[in-house]
Structure formats: C-alpha cells, structure tokens
Design a protein around this ligand. Structure first.
Ligand code: MSP
Length: 506
C-alpha cells in the first residue's frame, strides 16, 4: 500500500488551543482524510511542544511545576482535536520518554559528526519566539525600540556558554539539496525566500541552555539541556520510532509534508534539514507553508490577546460549518482575516444555500415525484462532465495541499447540479421518465459530492450518503474510482431529514 505521512507543528502548551492552531490542524486532517480515501496508508502526526523557557516562565507565573503545567494544557489540545474530528494517528508530547530518547540520539549523532561544539554566545533573545535576533532584525513601535519583530516586545541580552550547531557549514549542502528538489517547499515564493536566506550566509545556532533545567539533557554534557527548537523539531522523528523503533522509523521517514506556519520557516527549512544531514538522515520530502489567520490585521496569538476559541465557534456553526470555513475561506499559503461576518456569509452561501439547499430540494422532489425512491442516473447526463472535471481538479488540489481550491472545484459541481435542476424544473413536471432522469442525475452528483467533501466535512458527507440511500461508510470508498459517473445504483430509499445547515443571521 502506498504510504503518505504528514505533520503539523507541535503547539506550545503556554496557550490553550485557539483558531490559529486549529487552522493548520484542520488543513492537515483534511489532507490526511483525502489520502486515506485514495487507499494510502497514512500517518498523521500532531502534538505539543512542552519544554523551554517560555513554558518554564508560564508555569512559574501559574505557580506550578512545568510538568504539571504541561500536563494540564496538553489534554486541552487533545480534546479540542477530538471535538474538531481530527484523525491524527499519533499525538506526541515532548515530555514523553520516547521523545527524550530520540532527541538524545539525534544530538549525539550531530555531535559525533563534529557539528556540535562548545562556544560562548552573546545575543538578543525573544522568549515568546524562543529565538535569537540580530540588532538589524529588531523593530521600533509606539516610542519603544529594540523590539522583537513578531511580538513587538523587548528582547533580552543574553550571554552564556552554549553548545553550537555549526549551521554555517551547511550552506552549500542545503543550496544543492534545494536545487535538486526545486518543488519541495510550497508555495514557490517561500522556496525563494528560503534559498535567499541561505545565500545570505548562515550563522551557527546555539543548541543548548545551561541556565535552564526544563528540557532534555545533552547526552554528552548533562549540565546543559537541549535548545527547545532542537528538541521540538526532533518530534517528527521520535514519534515514528527514531531511537526506539528503527523498523517503524525507516518505514515512515522521510515525511511527505510538514505543514507549518510562515513564522517558523527558518527552523523547518534551514535548521531542520541541516540537522538531519549532519545526522545522516534524509531531509523531508516536502513542506507546505501556510499563512496566518489574522484578526483585525494582527496574527492571532496568546501574546497579542486576540484569541478566538475554536470550540465556541463549533457550538454555533457545527464542527463541519467551522471546518468548512477554515478550509474554504483562505487559500492555504495566504494570510486570512477572520471575521464573524465572514464566517456567517460563507456558511450561508456555500453550506446553507448551495449544498444544504441542493440536498433538501432533491430529497423533496424525489419524495413527491418518485415515491421517495431514487432513480438511476442517465449515462449521458450533462452533469457527468462537470463531475469528471470536479474530481480531477479536486484531486490535484488536495495533492498540492490546496483545500480551498479542491472545495471550489467541488462547489462547481454543486452549483452545476442546482442549475441543472433549475433549468429542468422537475418540481413542476408530471412524474415519469423525464423527472426520473433529472433526479437520478442529481442524486448521482450528490453521491460524488459526498465523496469529494468527506475530507473537509466528514459528518455532512456521511449524512448526504445515507440520505440518498447509499449504504456503508463514505470513508471506505476508494477514490478516484468510486467517483466515476454512474455509481448511484437507483432503486434506493431517499430520505429528507432535518436541514443540514440552517441559515444563520449575521
Ligand atoms: N512550538 C512551535 C512549533 C514547533 S514545531 C517543531 C510553535 N508553536 S506555536 O504554538 O506557537 O505555533 C505553532 C504553529 O501555529 C505555527 O506554525 C504558527 O504559524 C501557527 N499559528 C499560531 N497562530 C497562528 C495564527 N493566528 N494563524 C495561523 N497559524 C498560526 O511555533
């Protein structure tokens, strides 16, 4: 069976899950579901990033141990993902033993290769970023200067003896690797950004902290703990058995896609492949870089205080309503502006008016004109071509991690089916072969829509499937074959049921 693996970033446990975290996780889930429907053996990994100064400080502020702090927050992520229907195959916490073993193995491998060395470091550190900045990178705002460009907070001047990863030695190797793998990072402009950054020259980075205790001890010097980013990036290996289950590790690495936000590209596309090369491990096959969800033009984050809790939105819009908005509204890779009005508008237009209305009207007409029994589709329906196009376009969009494009293609079919009904007005016609043909075609289109929407809105897809009289689970169908025109058997009971997406007031 072909294999497909993908990861989300692991989220810091200093904040409760918010829309920004949900965003990448939902995109990853939809992509994972799509690949499972292609019949692939999928490994979808997410988890939490629990070490480092940021968590230590948050725990101190809360008056609990960092372990206790992490133990309180990590389950909130697990529960949120469960409620959002996230089908991750594993959830790694960086405080787990399997992770520690793997991080130490990776550190040792880079050390053995001669790429980790002791040195003294002076630098400007932003704790919320867990990263050093150069003076040129700092910004000024509202009368204050020397602020972190992302959090707009003062940075700390730090001087300490650290172990360094000799990133500067990897410039040529990274450039060659990217030249040999020109499509590894999407969107393309992110690849250009990474290559441009490497060409400017790379600085070694510190991989250990002596003053901090909350982390994984270096195997070759236990008076230091690993830098949180070295620790965190390793999760992609440790979760699939690096250091604990070699056969499993070999069967899943290299990963097909790391899904990451644009703020963590440098770590993922420069540090990470260099660390892997040093340890003699192949770099990832791909990175899909997403934008930010903005609220009033600002990145939503704990530090900015403009956080939207995804679970509140589910109460109003349903899991699928929320998932759909997140997937359809913003092309993955771009920034999106989250507004409540935008959510209502998209829900009403695409879900209530287009999809919900199509299903309701098909079920009503079949109930009235076909005794509730769905007729067979015709072989030469004008909808067959629309369906074929939708399947092909959805397939290529999902493989390129472009859910909004895939959904757009799917909604073309929904719109074409609504138009087909409006052009033929079966509700006005007498029962008979003409009505049967139109309704059979609409039901077949809905069957294909259920298959194409399952990745994004799984509960809705299954509901459509059952209401048009199909048996079994949508998830067990295999694409693209199952979506070939003509699969609707006819002669099955069609049920009207409650409205899937009641309209919302803005
Ligand atoms: N722990 C690190 C990642 C380590 S991965 C080896 C981290 N955690 S984070 O919780 O701060 O952010 C994780 C991801 O969520 C980042 O990719 C970030 O871009 C994404 N998002 C956080 N807020 C976001 C938005 N408001 N919008 C979209 N994505 C956002 O960084």
């Amino acid at each position: 069976m072909p294999r497909f693996s993908l990861t989300t970033p692991i989220y810091y446990v200093n904040a409760k899950p918010h829309l920004g975290h949900a965003y990448t996780t939902i995109v990853a889930d939809a992509v994972a579901r799509w690949h499972r429907m292609l019949g692939e053996d999928v490994h979808f990994l997410t988890g939490t990033d629990e070490h480092g100064l940021k968590i230590q400080q948050a725990a101190d502020a809360a008056g609990v141990s960092p372990q206790q702090f992490a133990d309180d927050i990590a389950p909130l992520f697990q529960q949120a993902w469960e409620r959002l229907g996230i089908t991750n195959d594993d959830f790694i916490r960086t405080t787990e033993n399997r992770h520690k073993v793997g991080v130490q193995k990776l550190l040792q491998a880079c050390h053995d290769a001669g790429d980790i060395e002791l040195d003294v470091y002076r630098g400007l550190y932003c704790v919320p970023c867990e990263a050093y900045y150069t003076e040129e990178e700092l910004v000024a705002e509202s009368g204050a200067s020397n602020l972190c460009p992302i959090h707009k907070k003062p940075v700390d001047a730090v001087e300490e003896e650290n172990y360094f990863f000799r990133l500067s030695r990897f410039e040529d190797r990274l450039l060659k690797w990217y030249a040999d793998h020109p499509t590894a990072i999407t969107p393309q402009h992110r690849m250009n950004e990474v290559v441009g950054f490497i060409k400017q020259g790379l600085n070694d980075f510190s991989v250990s902290r002596k003053t901090l205790k909350w982390g994984v001890p270096l195997p070759f010097d236990e008076s230091h703990v690993a830098y949180v980013w070295f620790d965190a990036l390793s999760n992609y290996l440790t979760a699939i058995g690096y250091g604990t289950d070699d056969a499993k590790f070999k069967s899943w690495w290299p990963v097909d896609f790391h899904l990451i936000g644009k703020d963590i590209i440098r770590f993922h596309c420069v540090y990470w492949p260099a660390m892997l090369m040093s340890a003699g491990i192949e770099p990832p096959k791909g990175w899909a870089v997403g934008g930010w969800l903005l609220v009033g033009g600002e990145k939503m984050s704990k530090t900015s205080g403009n956080v939207v809790n995804p679970l509140d939105l589910i109460d109003d819009f349903g899991v699928d309503g929320f998932r759909y908005y997140v997937l359809a509204e913003t092309p993955y890779g771009n920034d999106g502006d989250f507004t409540y009005e935008g959510l209502v508008a998209r829900y009403n237009s695409d879900l209530a008016n287009n999809l919900g209305n199509l299903l309701a009207r098909v079920a009503t007409v079949v109930g009235k004109k076909c005794d509730g029994i769905g007729p067979r589709p015709s072989e030469s329906s004008p909808l067959a071509a629309s369906a074929k196009e939708a399947v092909a376009a959805a397939q290529s969009a999902w493989s390129a991690v472009q859910p909004s494009k895939a959904l757009d293609a799917t909604w073309q079919l929904i719109r074409a089916t609504n138009s087909h009904l409006e052009n033929n007005e079966p509700w006005k016609a007498e029962p008979g072969p003409t009505v049967d043909a139109v309704m059979g075609d609409a039901l077949e289109a809905l069957r294909i829509v259920a298959l194409l929407t399952f990745a994004a809105v799984p509960t809705t897809a299954q509901a459509i499937w059952e209401r048009i009289g199909m048996s079994g689970d949508v998830s067990e169908q295999r694409l693209p074959d199952a979506a070939a025109w003509g699969g609707y058997p006819g002669g099955v009971q069609v049920t009207k049921g409650e409205s899937l997406f009641p309209r919302k007031q803005a």
